[in-house]
Design a protein around this ligand. Sequence first.
Ligand code: HEC
Ligand code: HEC
Length: 345
Amino acid sequence: MRVRVNRTVKNNLLVSKASLLVLAGVLSLGAPSPDCAWSQHPGGAAARAQLEAGKFAYDRYCAGCHGAKGDGKGPAAKFLNPQPRDFISGKFKFASVPSGELPADEDLLRTITRGLHGTSMPAWNLLPEHQRLALVAYLKTFAPRWKEEPPGTPIQIPEDPYRGSAADIRKAVKEGEKLYHTLTVCWQCHPGYVAPSQIAAWAKEANQPFTSVRPNWYQPVVKEDGWGQMLKPTHFATDRIKTGLELNSLFRIIAAGVGGTAMPTWKNTIKDEQIWAVAYYVRSLADQRNNPLRNLPLSSPTPAAPPPAQAAAAPAPVAASAAAPAKAAESKPAPAKAAATNPYE
Ligand code: HEC
Ligand code: HEC
């Protein structure tokens, strides 16, 4: 039985190898034209074969949005917001390298594999890894920048100092909340999530002057991005976080920043431990999106309590209603208390 399975696998491999050869033949019949990005590729035959496989997959799966030339102007692009990335500028948003530097291959592979939540960029996890790697290699042929400079050095994700008890998580959320609204001024672009009176109280505690918060305090401040588009900084309680909700990936994106946008690199500006704390806080805000009470009319019966393990492990929802952040934030969120008891009460 096992032999047979192996044989089928082998046969499939042979078929796909054969079809690649045929494909390679067809492509080379057209003669390696001078604008063929990989025809002069300095790498060996293996590198060229990978680029051919990459082009094949790109034209099939990506060109509809990102454009056959990689200019971000595929036929679907005009219907999309945010716009598909153009790969010619060599500017990228989501990476583990300081914002503005060229991403590492593993960053491109991660984006392709996981997609970008809340945008039209799909997750391509069903494509085999060698095909995703070929896509990475091919994407890098669009921008001259790849030949001119090396990719940035990935920021390593250090150990999470708050990974432990539910009490540690509550501490992280609380510290993150304060940092977010004081030292790291994340609200310059993202919304404020606590009442102005709380900001005044923190300022008083630190002997700092306080006059007032910015206008539209509970809304993000829309800014132009590096591609000339208006971009709304994430409202964590209502928008999807494009790179996902895992704490590691929140650490990565906060530490690295978002290339081509106003979102700065925080690594070395604040301590790693502080980045972890704001990551926990952002996560607690994002968890409100999953709060079953969020969209229920106030008169509805209270839904059943979640299993105790989940209630204890989840970072506390910061405010009950994300749909009305202004009102919700007026009543000062008390994460520590909410997580200790049933958050749905
Ligand atoms: C349905 C449209 C669509 C398709 C199909 C699509 N993408 Fe995207 N892609 C997008 C959009 C939109 C963005 C930009 C999201 C943003 O800016 O927040 C994006 C962003 C990206 C990025 C992120 C670049 C950065 O700035 O960090 C990469 C890499 C990428 N796409 C690769 C691919 C590859 C490879 C394929 C094919 C396997 C593909 N995309 C197919 C819509 C699409
Ligand atoms: C100067 C403006 C600015 C400041 C300050 C700022 N951000 Fe951002 N941030 C942005 C913008 C713009 C985006 C949107 C990027 C996008 O959606 O493509 C963003 C996106 C994000 C994302 C989501 C990335 C994703 O995957 O969708 C997180 C998380 C984030 N910021 C956290 C923070 C935290 C925490 C702070 C404070 C420590 C902060 N930001 C400070 C502008 C800013």
